[in-house]
Write a protein that binds this ligand. Structure first.
Ligand SMILES: C[S@@+](CC[C@H](N)C(=O)[O-])C[C@H]1O[C@@H](n2cnc3c(N)ncnc32)[C@H](O)[C@@H]1O
Length: 133
């Protein structure tokens, strides 16, 4: 999870990805200190390398993070760490498609899906994959 915060969303993801190992990554040490989900947490710089080996991560989840700054160098780590067929799944407050596509493209990612979250006005979830996977 990229921008895992205090981990309150972890139980939801655990119920969906029951057989997966989940890592909570965030740049905020304070948020990670409040994390009590039982999932391993990793403090990251917020704009730099992600401490995962190449092609080891199946899905990067980022809920309610993209309204903060997600810099290109951070996002550009995803094509390296994602397994073949892996994806970024993230929420945004509006489709913001042109600016999101530009951001993703700069990180060698492409938008492959975007839809409104059912029954939650103004919230969208998108999926992106490495351009040259
Ligand atoms: C609104 S909270 C959402 C927390 C969690 N994803 C959830 O759904 O409950 C946003 C979190 O993203 C983190 N964040 C924002 N930008 C980040 C970045 N560039 N790198 C790492 N974490 C980031 C913040 O520190 C914060 O903990």
């Amino acid at each position: 999870m990229l921008g895992t915060g205090d981990g309150r969303a972890v139980p939801v993801y655990r119920s969906v990805f029951a057989d997966s190992r989940i890592y909570g990554c965030d740049m905020s040490a304070a948020s990670l200190r409040r994390h009590d989900s039982g999932t391993p947490v990793v403090q990251i710089s917020g704009d730099g390398p992600l401490p995962f080996a190449g092609r080891t991560i199946g899905v990067v989840l980022a809920s309610f993070v993209f309204h903060f700054s997600v810099p290109v160098p951070l996002l550009a780590e995803l094509p390296r760490i994602l397994r073949v067929g892996g994806a970024l799944v993230a929420t945004v407050y509006g489709p913001q498609t042109p600016s999101l596509i530009r951001l993703l493209r700069a990180a060698r990612m492409e938008l492959v899906g975007m839809r409104q979250v059912r029954d939650v006005h103004g919230h969208f979830v998108f999926t992106a994959q490495p351009t040259d996977a």
